[in-house]
Write a new protein. Structure first.
Ligand code: BGC
Length: 332
């Protein structure tokens, strides 16, 4: 019998030093990043060996999440007096673009560089898909640089105003043996965070991180934060919160650093978006253990379509959404 499942294609990017990445045409997934270190190449991402495994993955492992990553309360928002109902896939809410978001679509190869250091994938999301207005064209380019930087460049256009918010949902584990990432040290360039209700929806306040488990202003070990017994952390089984980045300009700036004392691998994440969701892999299961990977997800704030005081997340006809994420690995 002929299989109805399209095969997933895997593209390898590599530099002369061995710094390499693997990208799939399904979900524009970043399946692997290998970083050159003194002890050889270190795999710094959680990923599945078999591309087909991603078809049933509900952890958004390595994917580009959208059309609106993170949560929209009750999947509802209103634009020019018209209410839009999005698909509901996380409790009462819309998460990461819904039941069949961009993370669960096949993307087309637009171009790959002859030097194998860059690849562009594109996809199309028609008007009304998952409830969103507008025909949206999306393009994502992954580029490796010789100085151990991986650049994710995301662009999109629409023919109707629509909320739009993409992120890279890679789970980092910088330990050579991929043992729990709870030993990692994290620094976030944020003096404020967004408190949430138990279902993950921001209350609308921007609170200081001082004297809270969300104070990552200096590099500090994740375990103390994840195991904090305050209701804000315990209700999420760890960190699953959005941080208000200190630099709110549209220029690409340093947002966070992650470091493994076990391997010495040190990651810096840069972005031009105003928020950073830190998710400590609280619900990982199956092939992975809870806290085995850490997501550092630059984005607009969750539920922005319903919070007029949050930074503007609407993409308008004639404008181009542009989000750049840079993962920079320091020489160790
Ligand atoms: C969200 C989590 C969610 C996870 C997997 C993260 O980006 O913040 O709440 O469980 O993605 O879907």
């Amino acid at each position: 019998m002929k299989s109805t499942v399209e095969p997933i294609r895997q593209y390898e990017l590599t530099t002369a030093t061995g710094f390499s990445a693997s990208v799939l045409n399904y979900g524009a997934i970043l399946q692997s990043i290998k970083v050159p270190t003194e002890s050889g190449l270190t795999e710094v991402l959680l990923g599945y060996q078999q591309p087909q495994t991603y078809l049933d993955d509900d952890a958004y492992m390595g994917a580009i999440a959208g059309r609106y990553c993170n949560r929209i309360a009750d999947g509802l928002f209103t634009l020019s007096g018209k209410a839009y109902q999005l698909s509901i896939n996380s409790g009462a809410h819309h998460l990461h673009g819904g039941t069949h978001g961009l993370s669960h679509k096949y993307w087309q190869l637009e171009q790959s560089s002859e030097s194998s250091q860059s690849i562009t994938l594109k996809t199309f999301s028609p008007d009304s898909e998952q409830g969103y207005p507008g025909n949206v064209q999306v393009e994502v380019t992954y580029t490796l640089q010789a100085d151990n930087k991986l650049i994710i460049d995301m662009k999109a256009t629409t023919d109707k105003i629509t909320p739009f918010n993409l992120t890279g949902h890679a789970y980092f584990n910088l330990n050579t043996d991929h043992s729990s990432a709870i030993n990692h040290h994290l620094k976030v360039y944020a003096d404020k965070y967004l408190p949430i209700d138990d279902s993950g929806i921001p209350t609308g306040e921007l609170l200081s991180v001082a004297k809270t488990p969300f104070d990552f202003r200096e590099l500090s070990e994740l375990s103390a934060h994840v195991n904090d017994d305050s209701p804000a952390v315990a209700s999420q089984k760890g960190i699953d919160h959005n941080f208000v980045l200190n630099d709110q300009s549209e220029s690409v700036t340093l947002a966070a650093e992650l470091y493994s004392p076990q391997s010495g691998v040190h990651l810096k994440v840069h972005t031009n978006k105003p928020g950073l969701q830190i998710y400590t892999g609280n619900h990982l299961s199956g092939d992975f253990e809870p806290y085995q990977g850490v997501c550092l997800e630059p984005q607009y704030y969750p539920n922005s379509p319903n919070q007029s005081e949050f930074p503007e997340c609407f993409l308008k006809p004639g404008d181009t959404y542009h989000h750049q994420i840079i993962y920079e690995f320091l020489n160790t």
